[in-house]
Design a protein around this ligand. Structure first.
Ligand code: RIB
Length: 309
């Protein structure tokens, strides 16, 4: 049966700029690598990934009453997202992310949150009326909203999945009720724990430090080109990334990874298979340009998985 996922998170218009190399401080560079406004935002990217991967995807987010907001809303409708919980903020603009993509596909992102910062608990209570199988939360909205949404989910016995991005060490993770999966990337793990998980030993230390803050059944640390690290409270494993012939754009790879991880885990209850599936989704996402538009379909992930076997 199709899983229904309620995503409570951010929606941004991304101003994506491609260039060969980042200018030094005080330096001006001219580079015609290309610019575009494309749909993004960690919450919306995940909601789109859920839809493409075969779930019934409900997005709870806040857009500004502006051109970017209207474009994003139309895009979600075209893709078939359930937008009944996408609200319009008449006082604040749609979130805008400046995505700076270098020649090697890596990125640096700065987000002006706009309406995302005004997604309050008030706006999310009714979103739960869709009776989701799971709730998926990201940190690009106020942390208090995340905590409150998680508490509502817990009170209804709805499993909670957290993509811990972007991180802020001021967030009091202890306030979260028990969650199913908590998934930061390496820099987010460092921000929360002070430990960079760049080896097996440091990943385990970081996962243990996270597990002292968050009551999570599984901690899955996204490690980019190295794959993912799993800690289940007793044991740990590493899962190598699936190689892609060319890294084009890493934007939204983490969003696609955690959405795929969540959905496949809900379908199979097998965290190890879910991580392999998520690695395939991430590998496809980095092989093409764009933010929301680069997340894969279920068919694409199945094809990559069959080649990787
Ligand atoms: O994870 C990628 C996303 O981060 C971008 O789409 C941007 O909007 C920021 O939210």
């Amino acid at each position: 049966m199709q899983k229904k996922i309620l995503v409570i998170g951010s929606a941004n218009m991304d101003f994506s700029m491609n260039f060969y190399k980042m200018p030094e401080r005080g330096e001006t560079l001219v580079d015609d690598g290309g610019v575009a406004y494309v749909p993004g935002g960690k919450g919306a990217n995940a909601a789109i990934a859920f839809k493409r991967l075969g779930a019934d995807s409900v997005l709870c987010a806040k857009l500004g009453a502006d051109v970017h907001g209207q474009k994003l809303y139309n895009y979600y409708k075209e893709l078939g997202l359930n937008t009944s919980s996408v609200k319009v903020d008449h006082d604040n603009p749609t979130g805008l992310a400046v995505v700076m993509r270098e020649g090697d596909g890596s990125n640096r992102i700065i987000v002006y949150p706009g309406a995302n910062n005004h997604l309050t608990t008030e706006g999310i209570i009714e979103a739960f009326e869709c009776n989701p199988d799971a709730v998926y939360l990201g940190f690009e909205i106020p942390f208090q909203t995340v905590v409150n949404a998680a508490k509502v989910a817990a009170s209804k016995n709805i499993p909670i999945f957290i993509d811990a991005a972007p991180a802020n060490k001021e967030y009091d993770l202890e306030k979260l009720p028990p969650v199913e999966i908590f998934s930061p990337n390496e820099t987010e793990t460092f921000e929360f724990t002070g430990i960079m998980p760049n080896s097996m030993e440091s990943s385990l230390r970081a996962a243990l430090a996270l597990s002292r803050k968050v009551k999570a059944k599984y901690i899955v640390i996204k490690q980019g080109a190295r794959g993912a690290f799993l800690y289940d409270g007793k044991r740990y494993n590493t899962f190598p990334a699936i190689k892609t012939s060319k890294v084009v754009d890493t934007t939204a790879a983490g969003d696609a990874f955690t959405a795929a991880l969540t959905l496949e885990y809900l379908r199979t209850q097998d965290i190890r298979e879910a991580i392999k599936y998520a690695n395939a989704a991430g590998a496809i996402t980095i092989s093409r340009p764009g933010s929301a538009s680069s997340v894969p379909t279920a068919e694409e992930v199945a094809q990559v998985m069959s080649c990787a076997e």
